[in-house]
Design a protein around this ligand. Structure first.
Ligand SMILES: Cc1cc2nc3c(=O)[nH]c(=O)nc-3n(C[C@H](O)[C@H](O)[C@H](O)COP(=O)(O)O)c2cc1C
Length: 197
């Protein structure tokens, strides 16, 4: 696995573990990410953004529908990280089949029993090379389940031995793909700060 100082320190910048759900054309899916950020502090315009790698099934479904569900998990939902985050829906079919969920107002499957669940509509995207940044507005919120938030640090510190090999294999594969796709193609040059006269 490729590591260096910047990499090690940037790992501390991870978001909590977030389960992202999506649906399009009769296909439903879920994935895990730790790259979500709050994108607004306005109660009138709640927004968040997520980085999703372009090769994921979720990327296709979110891109085609312009919608997704974002779920903060609690520690009791640890197993969801394996079910949704270790294998692609392209290979294993419907990952949500055994997971209790309902269909939200946007037509997206929403997971039950989460720390918080947000129904999101995409407002904008940015090409980030190997991933796309989806900026979304939160149109509905569900939550309040008791329990401690499942953070990326907690996940890494408690990664079960039985999952370690698969986790590292996936990680190396992702790093390899990211290296090959690192170039940002849709560059919108920033002209620098405006000059004041
Ligand atoms: C702890 C953890 C964090 C992850 N973070 C991200 C992330 O930030 N962005 C991303 O695109 N994939 C991330 N992944 C990988 C995807 O969840 C995983 O590859 C998933 O199987 C993709 O599913 P899909 O192809 O069915 O959409 C993460 C996985 C784990 C286990």
């Amino acid at each position: 696995m490729l590591t260096d100082d910047a990499y090690e320190l940037l790992r501390r910048l991870a978001s909590p573990i977030v389960a992202v759900t999506s649906a399009h054309g009769g296909r439903s899916n879920g994935m895990i990410l730790d790259s979500a950020i709050r994108a607004s502090i306005s109660p009138e315009h709640p927004r968040l953004s997520v980085y999703v790698h372009k090769w994921h099934l979720s990327h296709d479904l979110i891109g085609a529908s312009g919608r997704f569900g974002a779920h903060l998990l609690h520690r009791g939902q640890f197993d969801l990280v394996h079910t949704l985050g270790f294998q692609s829906g392209r290979e294993v079919g419907d990952k949500l089949a055994g997971i209790p969920h309902w269909i939200g107002a946007l037509g997206v499957p929403m997971l039950q029993g989460c720390f918080a669940a947000f129904e999101c509509r995409v407002l904008n995207t940015m090409d980030a090379g190997p991933s796309t940044l989806f900026l979304a507005e939160v149109v509905a919120t569900h939550g309040g389940e008791e329990g401690e938030l499942l953070t990326a640090d907690y996940f890494r510190a408690n990664l079960p031995e039985a999952w370690r090999e698969e986790f590292l294999k996936n990680y190396r594969q992702a790093q390899d793909r990211i290296s090959r796709l690192a170039e940002v193609r849709d560059v919108r040059p920033w002209g620098g700060p405006p000059t004041t006269t």
